[in-house]
Design a protein. Structure first.
Length: 74
């Protein structure tokens, strides 16, 4: 994710109320394994990270420990 130009971090509002986190990517080109000249169509994707956390705060703490790059709240 930090390879995205001007990446501000992931939003904190994307938790689902049960400690799981959802976010989307507009294109797959940020992955170094994918070469632009070898794809027929640029595709996006939705990603859900399911945790064993019981609350959003527990999920946030867990994902921060894993190094997820969240936006700093203002």
């Amino acid at each position: 994710l930090p390879r995205i130009r001007d990446f501000p971090g992931l939003p904190l509002q994307s938790f689902d109320g049960w400690g799981n986190y959802n976010f989307g990517l507009d294109e797959q080109l940020m992955f170094p394994e994918i070469h632009y000249d070898q794809i027929q169509q640029i595709r996006g994707m939705d990603i859900t990270i399911v945790t064993t956390a019981k609350t959003d705060q527990e999920g946030l703490n867990l994902l921060k420990e894993f190094g997820m790059p969240f936006r700093h709240s203002v």
